[in-house]
Design a binder for this molecule. Structure first.
Ligand code: ZN
Length: 584
């Protein structure tokens, strides 16, 4: 259907709804039948299949009706619809007969969806208990600025994906789109206690596909004013976002209409499945960015768990002593390592993954954090420390950008090139998928190099596909760790929940040893174990996790795998139990 989007619309005269153009009931219903036939032929196969069609009651008087009405036994629905003349009084934006038909066909498509019983039941089952109506989604956008902000990021990506010229590009953009969306739905749940994680993609499918029928039919009929249908900036933007997902599949010739309702998919599931990343498409990118370098610069000069005498000798003067003292003073709030984070360690993790090109932009970000914290109910007297820290960050950034960053960037470029070269043709994505049985779905994998902090916690992941590393480590070790960390990323969705479970468990164990390191240690060891397996030798990471007791864990994993256990989550869980028994 790509012609519908790109091609010029033939200009056809529209027929205004008024008394002189009024059609009889029989004429209207006859044309409805013709349109259903046309939709079946050109827009959505099986639309006119009797198995999915629905009885219609047409009203030439009474109140405005345009909806599905469920019968009392809850099994049958029929379409209730008012004549164009009644409709125009209730919905003045519908001005022509063509627009009215498009609207009606949208509603009839809900009947079509309803007749795909499994799909419809899936929607009903996913509706959260404390959900009032689909209006709640509109209210959500209207009332919460953060939700609006996240939605606009999300939707900008969707537009970009639609405008992209190749499917490779679409994959990458949509992968970002879906991670921002996941984050938004999670945030809605965390902040408002409204769980729409399952429901949102389904209602988007329901309304987006009905909007699609309406949109395509409008264009078939020569209606040029369709911008409101693709408007992603409205409170009901899930109609348009669903439409966009379908237009993207149309544009790239991806078939989906036979499967969507038949196989009970959401558009999200379907498009992800259809354009799934193939391993060959994934790039491992070695990048140099100012933000993470600035953050490690501060952490290193203030010795917040990072230290680097050579770096400090060179760049120590660029940060005033008062700034260093302030950061030092709050050291216990800022440090992190071995899976444990101090309360304000987000000054490392969150800030390092932001994008800001000067102090003013950084200030805006810090102000947003503060507002967010207040909204989340942080007491005012707890804001003093983060505010002080934030000021140090903001006040020293412009100077850093001007006097430090150009030099450190130049220092790292040679290593960046070497690593980029080594990453060409790397097979570790495929290798890890093979040994774990998991699939990598997050697109490109990013490594950010930083210059300060030779000693300190390297390999800190900023988000689920970005990691950081001190640039100049031994190259063999670095390559082994790149693979190791990829394994951690790949496994974390299934292992992280078990880590939390075991953190609880080990805390409660009555032991004279402190065992809280065990869940972290077991996970790192599992990554080492697989890494060695892939390489067919002891990789450099095997010897590097001093406190993690990798050797003992690897012996345990060897034994378990000889018993035929191959699932990473099971290996992890059983491995810990064996380890705690002292069965190394
Ligand atoms: Zn609808």
């Amino acid at each position: 259907m790509a012609f519908l989007i790109a091609g010029a619309i033939p200009h056809q005269a529209q027929t205004p709804i008024n008394d002189s153009n009024k059609l009889s009931k029989e004429q209207v219903l006859a044309h409805v039948d013709e349109l259903k036939e046309l939709i079946d032929e050109k827009i959505w196969p099986t639309y006119n299949d009797p198995a999915y069609s629905m009885e219609m009651n047409y009203y030439e008087d009474g109140p405005f009706r345009m909806h599905l009405n469920q019968a009392e036994d809850d099994t049958l629905a029929r379409m209730e619809c008012s004549s164009p003349e009644i409709t125009i009084q209730a919905v003045p934006s519908v001005k022509t007969y063509e627009e009215w038909y498009a609207m009606l066909m949208h509603e009839c498509f809900h009947g079509f969806q309803y007749k795909h019983t499994d799909f419809w039941n899936k929607m009903l089952a996913s509706t959260p208990e404390n959900f009032i109506s689909s209006d709640s989604l509109k209210t959500l956008r209207r009332n919460y600025e953060w939700n609006r902000d996240m939605l606009s990021k999300e939707n900008a990506l969707l537009k970009k994906a639609y405008e992209a010229s190749g499917i490779h590009e679409v994959r990458h953009i949509l992968s970002d789109f879906f991670s921002i969306r996941d984050e938004r739905l999670k945030t809605v749940k965390d902040r408002l206690g409204l769980d729409i994680i399952e429901f949102y993609p389904i209602i988007e499918t329901v309304e987006g596909s009905a909007r699609y029928i309406e949109y395509c039919l409008a264009r078939e009929q020569g209606i040029t004013d369709t911008d409101w249908m693709t408007n992603l900036d409205s409170n009901s933007c899930y109609y348009a976002s669903g439409l966009y997902l379908m237009l993207i599949m149309d544009k790239f010739g991806i078939p989906y209409k036979d499967e969507l309702f038949q196989k009970c998919y959401t558009l999200t599931e379907l498009i992800q499945e259809k354009i799934r990343f193939s391993t060959e498409d994934i790039q491992i990118l070695i990048e140099i960015r100012p933000e993470v370098n600035y953050v490690t610069h501060l952490y290193t000069l203030a010795e917040l768990g990072f230290s680097d005498p050579a770096y400090a000798a060179k760049y120590g003067n660029s940060l005033p002593k008062a700034a260093i003292d302030t950061l030092q003073k709050y050291k216990e709030y800022l440090t992190f390592g071995q899976g444990e984070n101090a309360p304000y360690s987000w000054f490392f993790f969150k800030v390092a993954q932001e994008t800001f090109s000067n102090a003013d932009e950084l200030k805006t970000i810090m102000d947003d954090y503060r507002e967010e914290a207040i909204r989340m109910g942080a007491p005012a007297n707890e804001m003093a420390i983060p505010t002080t820290i934030a000021n140090v960050y903001v006040e020293n950034y412009d100077n850093y950008l001007k006097n430090v960053y150009p030099q450190v960037k130049a220092e790292m470029e040679e290593r960046q090139q070497l690593l980029s070269q080594k990453m060409q043709g790397q097979s570790f994505v495929r290798d890890w998928e093979r040994v774990t049985g998991y699939t990598w779905r997050r697109g490109d994998y990013h490594w950010l190099l930083y210059c300060a902090g030779q000693k300190g916690p390297s390999y800190n992941n900023l988000n689920d596909s970005t990691n950081t590393v001190w640039y100049n480590q031994n190259i063999d070790y670095q390559l082994a760790m790149f693979s190791h960390e990829f394994g951690i990323f790949l496994m974390q969705d299934s292992i992280d929940p078990i880590v939390e479970e075991f953190k609880e468990y080990t805390r409660k164990l009555d032991s004279d040893r402190d065992l809280t390191y065990v869940p972290w240690s077991a996970f790192e060891s599992l990554a080492c174990w697989y890494n060695c397996k892939i390489a067919g030798r002891k990789t450099a990471d095997y010897h590097a996790f001093g406190e993690a007791d990798v050797q003992t864990f690897c012996r345990i994993f060897d034994r378990l795998s000889n018993f035929g256990i191959s699932d990473p989550a099971e290996l992890y869980r059983k491995g810990i139990m064996e380890y705690l028994k002292g069965d190394g």
